[in-house]
Design a protein around this ligand. Structure first.
Ligand SMILES: *[C@@H]1O[C@H](CO)[C@@H](O)[C@H](O)[C@H]1NC(C)=O
Ligand SMILES: *[C@@H]1O[C@H](CO)[C@@H](O)[C@H](O)[C@H]1NC(C)=O
Ligand SMILES: *[C@@H]1O[C@H](CO)[C@@H](O)[C@H](O)[C@H]1NC(C)=O
Length: 109
């Protein structure tokens, strides 16, 4: 098992942004994950809403819908994977760059 036990939950929000004026450029929207937090304890198999802030979302998002959810929803319901107990799980929201949640705990069943 790797040290930083990161499970990637396939929360792939492959979103990218573009601004048309004055010159075409792409920007990166990195929404901070609000939940899970460092004091979060999840149990394998449970369903939970992962939430993130959309406060700094740009006006135009070219492709806000990545893997089946809209980055502008600010949440997505996931099922906690059946992993071994650990207190250093983290969740990554993928865009042009990864955005990590704090490390939190998952208890195996
Ligand atoms: C993460 O947790 C596992 C299992 O408890 C442990 O072996 C590993 O050393 C921990 N890694 C870090 C970076 O704390
Ligand atoms: C957003 O897109 C609309 C329609 O293409 C355009 O009129 C507007 O100027 C864009 N706004 C920004 C901030 O890029
Ligand atoms: C996730 O949020 C939606 C919308 O608020 C809610 O309907 C649903 O019950 C929530 N799921 C969980 C597991 O809390």
């Amino acid at each position: 098992m790797t040290s930083f036990t990161t499970f990637l939950l396939t929360l792939l929000a492959l979103f990218s942004l573009s601004f048309s004026a004055p010159i075409l450029r792409r920007d990166v929207f990195v929404p901070p994950i609000l939940y899970p937090r460092s004091d979060t304890v999840w149990i394998a198999g449970q369903h939970h809403n992962v939430t993130w802030s959309t406060d700094n979302a740009p006006v135009n998002i070219t492709n806000s819908i990545g893997q089946g959810f809209d980055i502008l929803d600010g949440r997505v319901e996931i099922q906690v994977p059946y992993v071994t107990t650990g207190s250093n799980y983290s969740l990554v929201l993928f865009g042009d760059s990864g955005n990590y949640s704090p490390e939190f705990t998952i208890l195996s069943q």
